[in-house]
Design a protein around this ligand. Structure first.
Ligand code: URA
Length: 432
């Protein structure tokens, strides 16, 4: 077999065999296939697509390039949750402790943020002392003991994805359904959980800009997971405006803690409740959504979820007192307030622009090697649908630099204020 023939075959829109796909993925991982050939291959997939069966073969081939975690030493049903990436998305920090407090084993390998989307690991690292690098043995022990661990993805999972994702990032081939589905599912399958819950983001701040494309992606990932014996749920959720009010690192952790205390912003709280409920159903702890939502609410109101969060932080070396004293987080030097330019209703807060502004402040990274400033970010004071009067506070910037003119312009542009009230639907669809 020759790489060039396989590239030409895909370029011409033909269907590839399992052997051809494995040949490309294995050759690329070993270094036998050059970066320029793989970029041409990724671009051919981007334009010509893949059948569901080809995508399944691609996922399997990527999965086999690395280790597969064996979580059988963890008692009970192991669950994992993954988001396709959004702005202000700290859901795992709340969902994990909730379901763990109710007897589910939340064993998550997480990623770092890239571009306008934040990563759970960066948020967790804003907690003084928190360690995201623990061994597989410690990971298993911690999940057995307190029901939850969130760690950095081990270097050896789905090795092909690591290489291919970096290549896609610089060759304009990220937003392709077969490439996203195989990238996410190869890592999730390698992580070894029995139940996988996917948050497929739709909207300006997401890879998938419309519901139709997001539905295709969700159905494909659910099918791939089911074929491998996993219990799958994908929930399509809106990413036309940031999730919650906080976008950054430490400020998102504070918002997550407030949500665990029962004080979270409505959209974020609703999302955490629905994800937790479906994890409880898929892990066979609850039978119906109503029953599951009641269990989630009880866990928050009784303080059990917050208590589990503190145990989780402590187990991974972090200071659990941050949950009671937010001054323990590193603070930014400056604050800048942004005010509404006219009266009306907020009809849009462009998630992509807010994510980019937060990234420019230093809360995110352009390249994987960039470092992140945990103390900076943006807190919104208004959400879509809210009434505003001219000069009302709409957002606050937390920064360590004095020149934030560009960020202020981006935030002002992101906010659209019109005469009529609009509502955003948060939960768009559930795919099982
Ligand atoms: N997240 C991933 O892990 N891979 C993608 O391709 C897109 C989002």
């Amino acid at each position: 077999m020759r790489a060039v023939d396989i590239i030409i075959k895909k370029r011409n829109g033909e269907v590839l065999t399992k052997e051809e796909i494995s040949f490309m993925i294995n050759g690329y991982t070993k270094g036998d296939i050059e970066e320029y050939q793989m970029s041409a291959f990724a671009m051919a997939i981007y334009f010509k697509g893949m059948t569901d069966l080809e995508t399944t073969y691609l996922t399997e081939a990527m999965l086999k390039t690395g280790d597969e975690l064996d979580l059988s030493a963890i008692e009970g049903i192991k669950v994992d949750k993954h988001s396709t990436g959004g702005v202000g998305d700290k859901t795992s920090l709340v969902v994990g402790p909730i379901v763990a407090s109710l007897g589910v084993k939340f064993a998550k390998m997480s990623g770092r943020g890239l571009g306008h989307t934040g990563g759970t690991l960066d948020k967790l690292e804003s907690i003084p002392g928190f360690n995201i690098q623990i061994s597989n043995e410690e990971f298993i022990k911690q999940v057995n003991e307190i029901g939850i661990a969130i760690v950095g993805q081990s270097a050896n999972l789905a090795l092909a994805d690591k290489k291919l994702y970096s290549l896609r990032d610089v060759t304009g081939t990220i937003d392709s359904i077969p490439l996203i589905a195989s990238s996410i599912m190869s890592k999730k399958l390698a992580s070894g959980a029995d139940v996988i819950s996917l948050d497929v983001k739709v909207g300006s701040g997401a890879f998938m800009k419309n519901e139709e494309e997001a539905t295709k992606l969700a159905k494909l990932m659910v099918q791939i997971g089911k074929n491998c014996g996993k219990n799958m749920t994908a929930i399509l959720t809106n990413m036309d405006e940031p999730l919650g009010l906080a976008i950054g690192n430490s400020i998102e952790v504070i918002e997550a803690i407030e949500t665990l205390k029962g004080n979270g912003p409505k959209d974020f709280k609703d999302l955490c409740y629905i994800f937790s409920a479906h994890l409880l159903i898929d892990a066979k702890i609850a039978k119906t959504e109503k029953e599951a939502l009641k269990m989630v609410d009880d866990s928050i109101k009784s303080g059990k979820a917050l208590d589990t969060f503190k145990k989780f932080i402590k187990a991974q070396g972090g200071n659990p007192l941050v949950a009671d004293d937010y001054n323990l987080f590193k603070k930014s030097k400056y604050e800048f307030k942004i005010f509404a330019k006219n009266d009306g209703y907020v009809s849009k807060i462009d998630a992509l622009s807010i994510g980019n502004a937060s990234c420019l402040l230093g809360a995110g990274r352009e390249k994987l090697t960039d470092s992140v400033d945990h103390s900076v970010g943006i807190i919104l004071s208004k959400k879509v649908g809210d009434k505003v009067l001219k000069d009302d506070l709409i957002a606050t910037i937390y920064s360590n630099k004095l020149d934030v003119k560009k960020e202020i312009d981006m935030i002002n542009e992101a906010f659209v204020i019109e005469n009529e009230a609009k509502e955003l639907k948060l939960i768009l669809k559930i795919v099982k």
